[in-house]
Design a protein around this ligand. Structure first.
Ligand SMILES: [Zn+2]
Length: 151
């Protein structure tokens, strides 16, 4: 099968090798909704590439920041990020999951200190990477649906 060619973009970000089916979650992390209309977004889902099936997201005129990259790593651990300027890839890197995830995942335990009256920054410890399993540093509850707990 021929790889689907999405039109090249002049400036922006290409997120490649997204876990199949997770392209829309990546858009959500980037804050892109039906109301976000000031740039062109291309989405390809279940594309057959050299390393298997994947999703691809291209966002024009937008370079994503490190915090967004860390969130994407949680739902698409094999993703690569390409920053495009004037049709050239000027930066290319792979996402990675740190040993501690701070401030980007909410604990599901309502009694957790991180959900208290004076909330403190959430912190999760990575128990395993494949599959990704993380537990709360404070109450030790494991995150069951990481994608929905991303802040
Ligand atoms: Zn907790």
């Amino acid at each position: 099968m021929k790889e689907l060619k999405v039109q090249p973009i002049k400036n922006g970000t290409v997120i490649d090798h997204i876990t199949p089916g997770n392209a829309l979650k990546v858009l959500k992390i980037l804050g892109i909704t039906e109301k976000y209309a000031d740039s062109v977004i291309s989405i390809a889902m279940n594309v057959v590439g050299k390393r298997g099936v994947k999703d691809i997201v291209k966002v024009e005129n937008r370079e994503i920041d490190p915090k967004e990259v860390n969130k994407i790593a949680l739902i698409a651990p094999n993703a690569t990020i390409n920053i495009i300027r004037n049709y050239e890839v000027v930066e290319k890197y792979k996402v990675s999951i740190p040993d501690e995830i701070v401030g980007i995942v909410k604990c599901a335990n309502p009694n957790c200190i991180s959900n208290g009256k004076e909330p403190i920054e959430t912190k999760f410890i990575v128990k395993s990477r494949n599959p990704l399993r993380i537990k709360c540093y404070y109450c030790e509850r494991e995150a069951e649906d990481i994608a929905s707990q991303i802040i």
